[in-house]
Design a protein around this ligand. Structure first.
Ligand code: NAP
Length: 437
């Protein structure tokens, strides 16, 4: 019998569990351990609440979770409640699928001012992550600056710009909906340190900005290279750039009250304010021959009551696990960290790709486990974990418990919404008892 522990119940974790199950059949027991009492990681607290169709993939993870040889072990924090070394004593393979939930910080003067937040915190706030539910971002406006030109920056800009009715059918948490309803932001500036050809925004997501009821994207036509140069882009990027060209042609003429300004060739150099952010100082850049942004020395100031930095994420280190400080993820060789210890998903390769990218990642790591582990080694597996956690008084949440929490969240949904999430761990734990067995 192969005993496998997967740490993290997001896409990387469940695709790994699925792949191990397919590879080893009845000859394995897989425990998917999560520090939260609720599963699915980024699907629940990262994917935007108005992108429900993307969240449907959790049904596939649920099917895996409900099979006999896979178990969800929630509310157990690896590194605190149990060490990785202890897990390695209990399991033949330990796979770290812990994602990249920490912000890469923007290290410029003033970045610690109140009103400056990272995207992990801001996205976690509107998605009801217990770590960020109390964020209370500054939404007094009139300006907000979003740093970065990736899909997360797009999510943040769109959420700030949407009218309340545009959240119908979403699972945005009530505290965020209430705060956004009262927001007074009319100008959202997206800062890109490079140009339109260098954006990291996918076409579908960028296209959504053109269909918002009260906001319009604004792009300066002067920022584009000649239109013929779009031919050299790959098809997806060409489509994204064609959206931007469309916005450049129409945006400025719109009478919608909120403007989402794409400020290209603009890098933040300082954040100013007296006890709270008031403005961002930006330096004009130009592209170098090898495609990097180079400062021009010319600066200007953008008024902003809120700054959201969307410049990527890091995987938090876990004591005892080799870590690549520069890359912000576990040090690994194609997923192998040490004998019996693996990394998968963002914890392996950094925060790139879509949810689906984690599927081949999960299958690849199962293959490596198969190469390294020809059979079980007689380690204790599940019963060993259970007795250790019981001895430490850890209140473990099972998948059945999660189903009760899920039922309670669905029952609490406002009209048309799929659920109202619990945003506090104690409320999640209490909901296990509230729903009937
Ligand atoms: P990302 O795609 O890596 O984009 C990061 C952005 O931040 C880039 O535009 C980058 O510019 C910029 N940046 C980095 N350091 C900077 C600095 N010091 N100053 C100014 N700008 C800086 O990361 P992400 O947006 O966090 O997304 C993470 C992953 O999740 C991506 O693969 C993304 O596609 C995916 N995602 C997908 C969806 C979806 O499909 N709906 C939604 C959200 C996220 P440079 O290019 O110049 O480095």
């Amino acid at each position: 019998m192969r005993h496998i522990a997967v740490i993290g119940s997001g896409p990387a974790g469940y695709y790994t569990a699925e792949a191990c199950q397919k590879a080893f059949g009845e000859d394995c027991r897989i425990d998917v351990i999560d520090r939260l009492p609720v599963p699915f990681g980024l699907i629940r607290t990262g994917v935007a609440p108005d992108h429900q169709s993307i969240k449907n993939v959790s049904r596939r993870y649920e099917a895996v979770a409900l099979t006999d040889n896979v178990r969800f072990v929630g509310n157990v924090s690896v590194g605190q409640d149990i060490t990785v070394a202890e897990l390695q004593d209990l399991y033949d393979a330990v796979v770290l699928a812990t994602g990249a939930p920490a912000d890469r910080t923007i290290d410029i003067p003033g970045s610690d001012l109140p009103g400056v937040v990272g995207s992990a915190a801001f996205v976690g706030w509107y998605n009801g992550h217990p770590d960020h539910a109390d964020l209370a971002p500054a939404l007094h406006g009139p300006g907000a600056v979003v740093i970065g030109n990736g899909n997360v920056a797009l999510d943040v800009a769109r959420i700030l710009a949407k009218a309340e009715s545009e959240f119908d059918g979403s699972d945005i948490v009530q505290h965020a909906l209430t705060a956004l309803r009262a927001a007074k932001i009319d100008t959202i500036t997206l800062l890109g340190r490079r140009g339109p050809h260098q954006i990291a925004m996918t076409p579908k997501e960028l296209g959504e900005l053109g269909n918002l009821s009260r906001a319009t994207p604004v792009v300066d036509p002067a920022d584009f290279p000649p239109v013929e140069s779009d031919d050299a882009l790959d098809p997806g990027q060409r489509k994204s750039v064609s959206h931007l060209r469309g916005y450049a042609a129409t945006g400025a003429a719109s009478d919608k009250p909120i403007r989402i300004i794409f400020d290209f060739f603009a890098r933040p150099v300082e954040i100013r304010g007296q006890g709270q952010v008031d403005s961002v100082v930006v330096e004009r850049t130009r592209l170098t021959a090898d495609g990097r942004a180079e400062g021009s020395g010319e600066t200007y100031e953008i008024p902003a009551g809120l700054v959201v930095s969307c410049i990527g994420y890091r995987t938090p280190a876990i004591p005892g696990v080799p870590y690549d400080e520069k890359q912000g993820r576990f040090a690994n060789d194609e997923g192998r960290i040490a004998p019996g210890l693996y990394a998968v998903g963002w914890a392996r390769r950094g925060p790139t790709g879509t949810i689906g990218t984690n599927k081949p990642d999960g299958y690849a790591i199962a293959e490596k486990i198969g190469e390294d582990l020809t059979g079980g080694s007689g380690k204790p597996g599940r019963p060993g974990l259970d007795s250790l956690l019981a001895a430490r008084g850890i209140d473990v949440v099972t998948f059945r418990d999660w189903q009760k929490i899920d039922t309670a969240e669905i029952a609490a949904a406002r009209d048309g919404a799929p659920r109202e999430k619990f945003t506090r761990i104690d409320a999640m734990l209490a909901a296990r008892g509230a729903a009937a067995d």
